[in-house]
Design a protein around this ligand. Sequence first.
Ligand code: SAM
Length: 189
Amino acid sequence: RCENFSRITDWCHALIRSLAPREGNYIDATMGKGNDTLLLARLAGEQGQVLAFDIQKEALDMTKALLKENGVEDRAKLILDGHEQMDRYAKKESMDVICFNFGYLPGGDHNIATAAKTSVAAVQKGLEILKHGGFMSLCIYSGGDTGFEEKETLLAFLKELSPGEYTVILQEYYNRKNHPPLPVLIFKK
Ligand code: SAM
């Protein structure tokens, strides 16, 4: 059966799986329930490593359990800190892939969510931390409890990135109403 990509995360996972070098160094900037961390930990194999960030201990607990269940808990370092601090944990030009899935913890408190200012700061730091040839995957949401500020601020920031340094590709759930999620890839040249 072919995947229908009705969920943005399935689409971003397919892109990451097809584009990411294996056994690399990866960051999951928004750990949540750990689905992205698990994907990256699988790609990391025995040689690679994942750093995963969240500001909620609940997210770390869920992710730890998910990784353990799948036998890959030793491949990821789970960090209870904001992604806007990621440069404290990773060196410049050291990461192959950085993954963001903005918003709130599914099933959790909708008030504890990513926010325009820190999200842009984190993407900016992420771009410094990415290797040349590496890429970033962003799942951007809007509408509902999330509102529009974060999406608009991120898109304004991405629009200004130098085309000589980065390729930014925005995709669209074109036939979907009510503010569909927005998948974005940023390739660092
Ligand atoms: N990747 C997750 C998964 O597979 O379940 C989903 C992520 S969820 C949509 C967004 C997460 O971002 C929430 O768990 C929230 O706590 C976290 N978050 C909010 N602000 C953050 C920040 N400044 N730094 C890191 N994580 C943050």
